[in-house]
Design a binder for this molecule. Sequence first.
Ligand code: PLP
Length: 395
Amino acid sequence: MSNQNPVFIPGPTNIPDRLRLAMQVQTQDHRAPDFVETFAPVLEDTKKVFATTSGKIVTFPASGTGGWEASVSNTLSPGDTVLVARYGMFSHRWIDLCQRHGLDVHIIDCPWGSGAPADKFAEVLADDRDHRIKAVLVTHNETATGVRSDIGAVRKSMDASSHPAMLFVDCVSSLASMPFEFDKWGVDIAVSGSQKGFMLATGMAILCVSPKALDAMEQARLPRTFFDFRDMMAANASGGFPYTPPLQLIYGMRESLKMLFEEGLDNVYARHFRLAEGVRKATAAWGLNLVAQSPDLYSDTVSAIYVPEGFDSNTLTDHAFNTYGVSFGIGLGEMNGKAFRIGHLGSLTDVMVLSGLATIEMSMADLDYPVELGSGVAAAQEYFRTSCANPMQSA
Ligand code: PLP
């Protein structure tokens, strides 16, 4: 039998049958007049997920990394300064991308497990009197450490010094799973992708761009061709793409938005909080620690969990896969060997999460972890049983 188990990696996420079927469409002519009727409402509806009326949605064939590249290359020029804090693998990779584009990257190094340091941003921005910093780049949900940062606080720190820098936010592993407020937080570009909260196959970068970022685009001198927003927006205006679009993903996107709105975005966020809490209760019952340093930083889409001293988290994740056919996230970068990750985003229910907890618990028992078999599952069961459960959770 092929592997029927859900994955517990923090993306790509499990694809519900409804979305797999929605993506199973025969080739159609993307230049035919009816493509406009499919694509234009997708762009409009996606705004609701970003909580924006002022932003413009741009979506194109790529993954999140392509989204980062497009955000930078469309708005900045060689030698421009950007301010970024590094507190995990994904903030690190965005920094690397900026450096390779010839940007002057002002890096604030923070311990992994902490979040975006709004106070330190405020200090650096206040000192930048001649406004050399053109953009502040923040990873909303650091998937490597299971840390969610407070983007509203970053916005306040920028406003405190009346600094005109743009605010770019990576919401690859938070959008459509945790609240995101593009307009309220004054975000200029938010970068996401199809394979996490939208529960689709990988292949589309999904961005929201503010009028201010669109103005910056007119002066930006970094080279871009495939990623040029101007070509995309010109083609989108007449309902098309500047190149062959991933039609099946666009059909999937249309259905994904329907699913999210049927459940209700607030319910989607509440379900993710609930699943995450179940995992956190289990972690506490095992006597293990989260990488996230404090509860205000806890991510509702992924938990990174330290293994006890003397154990190797890669052995644990390999064992879970080889013995039980279940994938968990490995420790990335500084966390490699030290922590494993449980992804709890997208198409998941309480019952599915319990199966993941039971599997990792069996794996820990097999490898002689000092963890009582059943303790984590019981803690999560107790939480799920007693906290306003919705038995019809559809996920
Ligand atoms: N940013 C974050 C927070 C991520 O979790 C990921 C991927 O997991 C990326 C960026 C990179 O996205 P992609 O792998 O789709 O290029």
